[in-house]
Design a protein around this ligand. Structure first.
Ligand code: ME8
Length: 506
């Protein structure tokens, strides 16, 4: 990321063949937390999400529903937008691959790749998995089916297509993948896998004949553009490409995607960009997979609950918190309602919620709700250390460690309440200054925690910030957190921030 340039962050654009599920949600809230963290650093952020609407899988689903593909995707797009709004995702744009601005960008990419001499006609004969929307080789099949979509029949395809001379980019791709600073493939643990993909690189078919639901191939309308070539270009269309102003946003700082689609983002996409003489994205962050009961969460796996149900359990903000605290952002994890309930009560209702409640009530009771000027105590040092640990974790995109460092501060604050016993200090007039210090350090720790947790729970933390009575509507940037001084704040105790969850008795 260069100074002055926007921090441009994107997520994968989900297939429009079904409504959003919890696996999609994990990716979107993670990317949203990354975007919000960058804003906390004072960077100019541009955050784009969207929907992958073309291709055989979507066309088949629409046909089964008895509607046109466009009618189908219009309905699905509305559901996706609504789900992301309910989860408090602060994206700046939402791009649909059926939009004219996207088609113009795809056509320009094809034109440039063609001008480079990288596109040629040849016959493709091989397997195609509609679930992956990808070509498969014989040795990728398990019992004659796609390993990721065993419920689907694999298709045999034989047709004359347009091919992309991907193999010509082997050396520059290897150099890109081996780059140390900044690493292109992140987390770095995924680098070798991608390197092997590049070592075995072959030219790929990039058009489909007889597949009407897609962007017509420029100059050869019998063909449509292969859906992955179409979809990947969304990152560029959202910047206004080919209008020259696209360089105000492009290259992307990071594409946030799942580990199942690294081949497309770390091999095909940079090669397409090189071919089109467009700068390559700066990095790819490939998060892991969330499972439920050991199984994959996706439409094809037949999930047993909806995203709405997960949101309803304890609210959208608690779901964001749970997903990003529980599932390492650089690896895999599992979702369970039992664990969600446990985390909600332990971390949010007890640790954070009770802390806020107790501290605000004590300031109200002992100091007429006004925080007094006071000397720093040990808890203030813990708060400063938490900010440093948080920053190191978040700079490395380790969101789960970022949340954990904020929650450690919350535990330290709770421990300091038990040790200092403000209710005893309040009885002794000689301890007035000590009581002021304890209360001020607790309020300050809450303020620091509110800022650190704001990328994870933006609305609840804004509410906590308001109740701290800071006198300023906006939270400070991360750099200003160390200087937070709560003297003079007029706190407002109120309803619990996170009411305790009591499961209905059977
Ligand atoms: O792959 N856990 O769409 P998609 C974590 N349209 N992440 C998950 C997940 C899970 N259980 N299930 C899915 C596509 N994802 C293409 C992308 S981008 C130009 C085109 C993630 O709907 C998945 O890894 O199958 C991907 O990043 C995103 O959700 C969309 O998956």
């Amino acid at each position: 990321m260069t100074d002055g340039k926007r921090f441009y962050i994107t997520t994968a654009i989900d297939y429009a063949n079904g409504p959003p599920h919890l696996g999609h949600a994990l990716e979107k809230v993670g990317a949203d937390a990354m975007a919000r963290y960058r804003r906390l650093l004072g960077q100019r952020v541009h955050f784009v999400m969207g929907l992958d609407e073309h291709g055989q899988k979507v066309a088949q689903t629409a046909a089964q529903a008895g509607v046109t593909p466009q009618e189908w995707t219009d309905g699905i797009a509305a559901r996706f937008r609504q789900a992301w709004a309910e989860l408090g995702i602060g994206n700046d744009d939402f791009i649909r691959t059926t939009e004219p601005r996207h088609r113009a960008a795809v056509e320009e990419m094809i034109r440039r790749m063609q001008a480079k001499g990288d596109l040629y006609r040849a016959t493709y004969a091989g397997y195609y998995c509609v679930g992956c929307e990808a070509y498969k080789t014989e040795d990728e099949l398990v019992d004659g089916r796609c390993a990721l979509h065993p419920g689907r029949e694999i298709e045999w395809m034989e047709e004359e297509d347009w091919f992309f001379r991907l193999s010509a980019y082997r050396e520059p791709l290897l150099a890109l993948i081996d780059r140390v600073d900044p690493p292109f493939v992140q987390p770095v643990a995924r680098r070798n896998e991608v390197r092997r993909m590049v070592e075995e690189i072959k030219d790929i078919s990039v058009s489909r004949s007889l597949m009407p639901w897609g962007i017509p191939w420029p100059g050869d309308p019998q063909h449509t553009v292969y859906v992955w070539i179409d979809a990947l270009t969304n990152y560029l269309s959202a910047t206004g490409f080919p209008d020259p102003s696209y360089t105000e946003t492009w290259p992307a700082s990071v594409h946030v995607i799942g580990k199942d689609i690294t081949r497309f983002h770390c091999v095909y996409w940079p090669a397409m960009l090189m071919s089109a003489d467009v700068p390559v994205q700066e990095s790819v962050w490939a998060h892991g997979f969330m499972t439920m009961g050991g199984g994959k969460i996706s439409k094809s796996a037949g999930v047993s609950f909806t995203l709405e149900e997960a949101v309803e359990r304890h609210g959208a903000e608690a779901l964001r918190f749970y997903l990003l605290r529980e599932i390492p952002w650089d690896g895999d994890g599992s979702f369970s309602f039992d664990r969600f309930d446990e985390r909600y009560n332990a971390d949010l209702a007890n640790d954070l919620g009770n802390l806020a409640n107790r501290v605000l009530s004590m300031v109200a009771k002992y100091r007429d709700a006004i925080v007094q000027p006071a000397a720093r105590v040990e808890l203030d040092e813990h708060a400063d250390a938490a900010v440093r640990q948080y920053r190191a974790a978040m700079d490395a995109n380790l969101l789960h460690e970022g949340v954990a460092s904020a929650m450690r501060l919350v535990s330290q604050a709770n421990a300091s309440v038990s040790v200092a016993a403000p209710w005893k200090l309040a009885k002794d007039p000689e301890q007035a200054a000590a009581l002021d210090s304890v209360l001020a350090s607790l309020v300050r720790s809450l303020a620091v925690a509110a800022v650190l947790l704001s990328p994870f729970m933006p609305q609840r933390m804004a509410e906590l910030w308001r109740r701290l009575g800071t006198g300023r509507a906006e939270m400070p940037l991360l750099d200003g957190v160390g200087a937070i001084d709560p003297a003079g704040w007029a706190v407002e105790p109120g309803e619990p921030l996170f009411p305790r969850y009591e499961p209905a008795k059977a």
